[in-house]
Design a protein around this ligand. Structure first.
Ligand SMILES: Nc1ncnc2c1ncn2[C@@H]1O[C@H](COP(=O)(O)OP(=O)(O)OP(=O)(O)O)[C@@H](O)[C@H]1O
Length: 553
């Protein structure tokens, strides 16, 4: 028999409401998204999501992938055997799955976690216990975060390699940054957990564990043997340059991952080549979504971010986002365009001793003077191919280069660039390089995103350039486009971009008055009845409603 919340006696609901009043934001999130694994037989609430296995690479929900016929298995514990992007991956080895299960202390020390961090008990009650590693295991696996195991220092965390039961893992040890503000670790933690909780895709890096210890917080991932796309594009450690088929398949995997996230209404907001990790087969995995910054007032529908965090990522962000701080899917599409451009040209997204500092500015500078005419991307793409095409990656047929450059230009320039279309274009190049005869859609793509070539496309253009003469930008010494052996053009006299930080040099970027509907980087799926109930509960909390009004007599 179905049981509806309104069928409960009002005193029970009253009690429920009072208890709910004490919930943290974290708990509320999960109120909208039941995790039913802990219940022997889940109740049949209308509108409730189907039960999903709760957690980690080996246990994540697979619904979305199944719908689209995508692979939905665990994404990639490093293990033997090839696992090409988009191909079926083997389940994690038994020992690895077992290694994710960590014995929890029988009664967790309440002092073990700060109050701002989701409490272990709460998370346990959400059936994510298999995700938790205890501190001792993490210390053991990383040799107490031995410096010799350190891979890198990131914006929010230091990255260490470790090993458990013979399986290599990566441990991100989170740290509060001076500029990150209170709660940033919590946000970071929750962003990762939310995304991993909601999606499972062969090109999204799975979160394998978390540790909320007394001395540190850590997130645990599979170790990706080929490091990041950024490392490989820079041939760090003397690695060979990536060849075109590898490059295109990596971009294709990245685009599929982003498309998948967007289908779930998740905005990654931290797409960059250092967050595209490559396994032993160069299968790309998109990692480390950025914590959705908290709006500083309930009224704010759009998102503001800390200026210092912008600075780290400005190379991948569109100007309008930097100026306004409105987080939409377009931000991700733009970032994909920058990554695609890095792959295509071999030019780093940012180089401080170069002018312009940002690759996005270098490329957007190639826009023909009559930038509003139809097919501008095609002209721009041609320029890019002629001037900046990576020469170390082997031979690339001209039409493939043009299609890739056009796809990059679309991502960089169009307000409404269709990710599906860009995906399709790159996939066609991928197939072509694999030897499959495919006709490239570059003609159609370059003429406009889905629109007829006869129709002017004026309203879709975006001024992304941070090379605005009015901005107070410093000028850097010219160093050319050093990373690429491709001929570099004269950029003398160009004003160096500073990522549009003119928007605000204070702790937060400015926000325009009430921009149009913004998308948020995560979305609670909740049915209307629940939404109404939650609204009423808020009113109840403000003592504008009593429990009788809330649920009726
Ligand atoms: N799972 C992993 N396997 C192998 N190497 C990794 C892994 N995660 C990160 N790395 C390496 O560590 C580097 C830094 O990772 P990190 O996630 O801190 O990226 P970041 O871009 O510097 O920081 P952030 O994403 O926090 O802005 C990556 O570029 C990569 O070389």
């Amino acid at each position: 028999m179905s049981c509806y919340i309104y069928q409960l006696p009002s005193w029970v609901l009253d009690d429920l409401c009072r208890n709910m009043d004490t919930l943290s934001e974290w708990d509320w999130m999960h109120f909208g998204k039941p995790v039913p694994e802990i219940r022997p037989s889940p109740p049949d609430f209308p509108g409730a999501e189907k039960p999903t296995r709760p957690w980690a690479a080996s246990v994540r929900s697979t619904e979305d992938g199944q719908k689209k016929g995508q692979l939905v298995g665990p994404a990639a514990l490093p293990g033997p055997g090839p696992a090409p992007a988009g191909a079926s991956l083997p389940p994690p080895p038994e020992d690895a799955a077992a290694s994710l299960k960590t014995d929890l202390p029988a009664s967790p020390d309440p002092k073990d976690v700060s109050t701002s961090i989701p409490r272990q008990e709460t998370l346990l009650s959400l059936a994510v216990d298999s995700l938790f590693w205890n501190q001792v295991d993490v210390v053991h696996a990383t040799d107490n975060f031995n410096q010799t195991h350190k891979i890198s220092e990131g914006t929010f965390a230091d990255v260490y390699r470790g090993q458990r039961q013979g399986t290599p893992f990566v441990f991100k040890k989170l740290r509060e940054m001076a500029c990150s503000g209170p709660g940033s670790i919590e946000n970071f933690f929750q962003a990762e957990i939310r995304i991993c909780h909601r999606c499972c895709h062969p090109n999204v890096l799975p979160l394998l564990g978390v540790c909320t210890g007394k001395q540190f917080y850590s997130l645990i991932y599979p170790y990706m043997a080929n490091g990041s796309l950024q490392d490989r594009l820079r041939c760090q450690g003397g690695s060979d340059p990536l060849l075109w088929p590898q490059r295109v398949s990596i971009v294709s995997g990245l685009l599929r991952a982003v498309e998948h996230l967007h289908n779930l209404d998740i905005i990654h907001s931290n797409i960059k080549s250092s967050n595209v990790l490559l396994d032993q087969n160069f299968t790309p995995m998109l990692a480390h979504p950025k914590a959705p910054p908290c709006p500083d007032s309930k009224r704010s529908k759009y998102t503001r971010m800390k200026t210092c965090v912008f600075q780290a990522s400005a190379a991948y962000l569109p100007e309008d986002f930097i100026k306004v701080g409105q987080l939409t899917k377009r931000v991700d599409v733009f970032s994909c365009g920058v990554v695609l451009a890095e792959v295509l040209t071999g030019i780093p997204a940012m180089e401080t001793d170069r002018s312009p500092v940002y690759l996005k500015d270098l490329l957007l500078h190639e826009i023909p003077s009559s930038s509003r005419r139809t097919g501008v991307e095609k002209v721009m793409a041609k320029e890019i191919c002629q001037k900046y095409l990576e020469r170390r990656a082997g031979a690339l047929p001209e039409d493939c280069a043009a299609a890739l450059a056009t796809a990059a230009c679309l991502c960089l320039r169009r307000r409404h660039a269709s990710l599906a279309e860009v995906c399709g274009s790159v996939a066609a190049v991928e197939a072509r390089l694999r030897g499959q005869e495919t006709s490239l859609p570059c003609g159609g793509l370059s003429e406009g995103t889905g629109s007829s070539s006869n129709i002017p496309e004026e309203t879709d253009d975006v001024d992304n350039s941070s090379l605005d003469a009015s901005s107070s930008l410093r000028t850097a010494p010219r160093s050319g486009v050093s990373a690429s052996p491709a001929p570099t053009e004269d950029e003398e006299g160009r004003v160096q971009a500073s990522g549009g930080m003119r928007a605000d040099s204070s702790s937060e970027a400015c926000a325009s008055p009430e921009p149009p509907q913004a998308e948020t980087s995560w979305k609670i799926e909740i049915n209307e009845a629940k939404r109404k109930l939650m609204e009423n509960i808020l009113l109840y909390k403000e003592e504008k409603l009593d429990s009788i009004e809330l649920f009726g007599p």
